[in-house]
Design a protein around this ligand. Structure first.
Ligand code: SDX
Length: 376
């Protein structure tokens, strides 16, 4: 019986959403290259493309964005869930808990194209509002719902920061949301597929995905990679840190390696150049110098094994330059990936995807009797 460790090379569905060539470092959403999408499209356009298969017409975009923005307002019970949690609670936990609370209204949810059409923009709107509220809660600041605007990124940032940021910051947030929007079926998307394959509702299935995303081997890596840079402190300390921790200490270099890519993750370079163009002060430039040095050391050491920097290596510095603390990085990944989770779940369930029920090879005891004193 061949067991695939970590489901490596196991194919669980057909998809028309995202194409990855791990050898050449190619990533496309619905056939469009990630570089083109990141440069020219809004997150709303990419989310629509991902979920419905084609880029929206002007009218389709207006209607979709309008529904998203209607869901920026949160029911009081969701805000009460956030307020009930400690201010220093992990922000992704707050997001996951408050977002999952919406499933309390989903008793009669049933999967269909119509359901997806209605739910997708609602969920994207709720996700932005919940995350902004969770962030404000963590900062001990009053929360106001994202204001309607011409951009999802701008509305989300305005609610998070309490003011409309400058254009280049909005553009960077939008580009980050496009870059993280989907990546085929990593652990978090697979968790969403397992949950939705039982016909559980969308909110519950996304909560399952968020739970899987948290780990430092997956979505938590952006935070873990950034914490390497702050631990190193100065670029001149990088070589010694690398030798002590990665070479001798055999620790994983966070933000490096990937199950699919055997070359550079195409998203990495886009985040790197974004961080370089946004770095405004000596602290951010110092972080970049450390990251660039660590990247060189990591590639030198690991590229012969096909281990290269991935999307999470520089994304944290970009998020920090946008204005968020390290405690928000994985949640920003989750906000963006909500689009991909919805797309893959609806693609799977609406195409008759069966309940996911793998097997395990039994290697335990054969049949045996209870010990004397227990035998009845
Ligand atoms: C994301 O899948 C996706 O698409 C995910 C993602 C997305 O958009 O959804 O792209 C986002 O999660 C990116 C990955 C972020 N994670 C990290 O940066 C954490 C560090 N990376 C690794 O732990 C690892 O590379 C994984 C988890 C990403 C992939 O793990 P695999 O494919 O299971 O590889 P493995 O753990 O079996 O390692 C194989 C070998 C091992 O060496 P040997 O035991 O064979 O000697 O490679 C080594 C590992 O020790 N290795 C590393 C390493 N990654 C793998 N060694 C040092 N540093 C690393 N980062």
């Amino acid at each position: 019986m061949n067991i695939s460790n970590g489901l490596e090379d196991v194919y669980i569905k057909n998809t028309s959403i995202t194409f990855i060539d791990g050898e050449k470092g190619i990533l496309r959403y619905r056939g469009y290259d990630i570089h083109e999408l990141a440069e020219n499209c809004t997150f709303e356009e990419v989310a629509y493309l991902m979920i419905f298969g084609e880029l929206p017409s002007r009218n389709e975009l207006v209607s979709f964005s309008g529904t998203v923005q209607k869901s920026f307002s949160l029911p009081s019970y969701v805000l009460n869930v956030i307020d009930a949690l400690p201010q220093d609670a992990d922000i992704l936990s707050v997001f996951e808990t408050a977002f999952a609370a919406f499933s309390s209204e989903e008793r009669n949810f049933s999967w269909s194209r119509e359901a997806t059409l209605a739910k997708a923009p609602e969920i994207l709107g709720h996700a932005a509002a919940v995350l902004a509220a969770a962030y404000r809660h963590s900062q001990g600041l009053k929360y106001n719902p994202p204001p309607a605007s011409d951009s999802y990124a701008k509305s989300f940032l305005s609610a998070s920061f309490g003011a409309v940021p400058e254009r280049k910051i909005v553009d960077a947030m939008n580009r980050s949301l496009v870059l993280y929007a989907d990546h085929e079926v990593p652990a978090s998307t697979t968790a969403a597929l397992v949950a939705s394959s039982t016909l559980s509702d969308m909110y519950s299935s996304i909560a399952a995905a968020v739970a899987a995303l948290r780990g430092p081997l997956h979505g938590g890596a952006a935070e873990a990679a950034y914490r390497q840079f702050t631990e190193i402190g100065r670029a001149e300390n990088t070589d010694e840190w690398f030798s002590k921790n990665i070479i001798q200490g055999k620790k994983r270099l966070m933000g490096f390696g990937h199950r699919v890519y055997r070359t550079y993750d195409p998203r990495m370079a886009i985040f790197k150049s974004m961080a370089a163009s946004l770095a405004k002060d000596e602290e951010e430039r110092n972080l970049l110098r450390i990251a660039e040095r660590l990247e060189r050391l990591g590639v030198e050491k690991f590229s012969p094994k096909g281990i290269y920097p991935n999307t999470d290596f520089y994304s944290g510095i970009a998020f920090r330059c946008i204005g968020f603390p390290v405690t928000m990085f994985t949640s920003l990944f989750a906000l963006s990936r909500t689009a991909g989770w919805i797309a893959h779940m609806s693609e799977y369930v609406e195409n008759g995807g069966r309940i996911m029920r793998p097997r395990a090879v039994y290697i335990g005891h054969g049949p045996r009797e209870l010990p004397g004193e227990k035998a009845r």
